[in-house]
Design a protein around this ligand. Structure first.
Ligand code: HEC
Ligand code: HEC
Ligand code: HEC
Ligand code: HEC
Length: 430
């Protein structure tokens, strides 16, 4: 027997098997699933919802866990579309941090929008440590991320498969930070990082989407958020798909992307995170703790703002005007001014002074909100007409409905659609 030849043969077989094994090991999967959420803001629990309480981190976690368990080990990449982080005091900052923790733990890629940028990028990084933040065209941030499907190998060797690029875009939202043209950013990103197809994610208006779909080749899928636009079902636009995902984090979506060897196939779904979706108890507990902290921080800040009324200029509350101005009171009580403080519950900020300065009556002024003895919640009569003590003996403040009377609160950021005449019609009273 020629032992040398025999061992040589065995070595060859072992090498061959190892080589095939390595190739199998390095083989890229031909399908993966993206998990999309959007407009999370401070909506960490299922609220913010006038109809059905939907959304919340703990319900998301359930859907994401189930997706990871049920898809046979295929890669799942969670993506937050945009609009998560905001300023306005430590009570709000705690919500930012909790969102950041959730995003980091679940391995999210997070797109930024025009409102997020109000914080500035260093502050965003601090608010959400370890979270990869994306926005094309924004200095200091990556604009896109590549995923390869099919083929095998590392670096330049091997069969590279097909490149799918997720591009994060945003456009200037009224009152947010000004952002360059998203279509330009798209073109640049595509030129700098060629890929077979793209997925576009971002805070983008329907108008911009129309233009995006004219690009060659058009994006495979666009997942966007714009004001209250939502699609409850995935919509086909020619060969592309579009999902509108705003609506206070009430929905999640998935897109399974498969490379067939010739083209990408997309299977999109949208899911409403209603009461039928269970919560992951650990996430629910964590969020509840954060909300307790938010309440404590805000309460302490608000307590400092209670000042006694100036002599003869006490606020009496809107109820005190009802007897003589019944019609005006009725109109007011049906308006959203009456519910302005209660509505802060949507964001867990009922006691946050940075919100109450517009969402309550005369915050922090002598005799203004919060007074223990008088109900000054909501944008009451005296928010516009001044303190009522001594009236009708003393004339109330009068200003014509217009920028002067309304502009302090109806700023471009907080009331982008404000127009004095139209808005006055909605609350007009005598
Ligand atoms: C500079 C004034 C101002 C500040 C500060 C402000 N708001 Fe508002 N907010 C407004 C105005 C004005 C509207 C009404 C906008 C409209 O309908 O045109 C509004 C509307 C809202 C609404 C109802 C609209 C909706 O989405 O249903 C919520 C909720 C709200 N604000 C929450 C907050 C929270 C939470 C804060 C603090 C983090 C805050 N606001 C701070 C002025 C303000
Ligand atoms: C958001 C601000 C705002 C709130 C809140 C508000 N008002 Fe007024 N009110 C105005 C403005 C502005 C005018 C004057 C409009 C004009 O004539 O140009 C006015 C007019 C009036 C007038 C008519 C005066 C006149 O002789 O024409 C009365 C009375 C009045 N308000 C009472 C009330 C009472 C009572 C409440 C609460 C129940 C209330 N207002 C809440 C802004 C407000
Ligand atoms: C006891 C009845 C009475 C109550 C309570 C009362 N008003 Fe009046 N109000 C009047 C009368 C009467 C006038 C018109 C006579 C006048 O000009 O003084 C008037 C006029 C006004 C005007 C027109 C401007 C002015 O001063 O002439 C405004 C605005 C107004 N009231 C707001 C309020 C608000 C806000 C409250 C609650 C804080 C309130 N009123 C409570 C009786 C009342
Ligand atoms: C002290 C702050 C403040 C002032 C002053 C103020 N608003 Fe508002 N306004 C608010 C807030 C806060 C809301 C949102 C309340 C909510 O939905 O919770 C609002 C909501 C409204 C809405 C309802 C919008 C909607 O889509 O439901 C109208 C209309 C409106 N304001 C008109 C006016 C007009 C007109 C003036 C000036 C005469 C005025 N407001 C002055 C704070 C203010």
């Amino acid at each position: 027997m020629n032992w040398k030849a025999f061992f040589g043969f065995i070595a060859l077989v072992v090498l061959f098997v190892a080589g095939v094994g390595l190739l199998m090991f390095l083989r890229r999967p031909s399908a993966m699933t993206f998990f999309f959420t959007a407009d999370t803001q401070g909506y960490l629990v299922p609220c913010g919802c006038k109809v059905i309480p939907a959304g919340g981190l703990a319900r998301r976690a359930t859907v994401l866990d189930a997706l990871r368990k049920s898809n046979g080990g295929e890669r799942v990449v969670p993506v937050e579309v945009t609009h998560g982080f905001a300023d306005r005091g430590p009570g709000r900052a705690l919500l930012n941090e909790e969102m950041g923790r959730f995003f980091a733990r679940e391995g999210y890629l997070v797109g930024l929008g025009s409102y997020d940028l109000l914080l500035g990028i260093p502050a965003l990084r601090e608010a959400a440590p370890g979270v990869p933040l994306y926005l094309a065209g924004e200095k200091g941030l990556p604009g896109s991320k590549e995923f390869r499907l099919g083929g095998w190998g590392w670096g330049p060797i091997g069969d590279q498969g097909a490149r799918l690029r997720v591009i994060f875009l945003a456009e200037t939202a009224p009152g947010g930070v000004s952002i360059g043209d998203p279509l330009e950013a798209y073109r640049r990103e595509v030129a700098e990082h060629p890929s077979e197809r793209t997925i576009v994610v971002g805070q983008l208006s329907p108008k911009t989407l129309t233009e995006l779909f004219k690009m060659q080749p058009p994006p495979l899928l666009v997942v966007a958020q714009w004001q209250t636009d939502v699609t409850s079902m995935p919509q086909a636009v020619g060969p592309s798909w579009v999902l509108f995902m705003g609506d206070r984090g009430r929905r999640s979506a998935t897109a399974r992307i498969q490379w067939t060897g010739k083209e990408f196939n997309v299977l999109p779904t949208i899911r409403y995170l209603g009461p039928e979706v269970a919560s992951v108890p650990a996430v629910e507990r964590e969020v509840a703790q954060v909300l307790d902290q938010v309440a404590a921080v805000n309460k302490a800040a608000l307590a400092k703002l209670s000042h006694p009324a100036a002599p003869g200029r006490a606020y009496v509350g809107s109820a005190g005007c009802k007897t003589c101005h019944a019609e005006a009171h009725k109109t007011w009580s049906l308006s959203s001014h009456a519910r302005a403080t209660a509505d802060l519950a949507i964001d867990h900020q009922q006691q946050n002074p940075a919100c109450l300065q517009c969402h309550a009556t005369a915050l922090g002024e002598p005799g203004g909100y919060p007074q223990a003895s008088v109900d000054l919640a909501g944008v009451g009569c005296e928010a516009c007409h001044g303190p009522g003590e001594g009236h009708p003996g003393r004339a109330m403040e009068m200003q014509p409905a217009g920028p002067q009377a309304c502009g302090a609160c109806h700023t471009p950021r907080d009331s982008p659609l404000f127009d004095a005449a139209g808005y006055w019609k909605l609350i007009q009273h005598k």
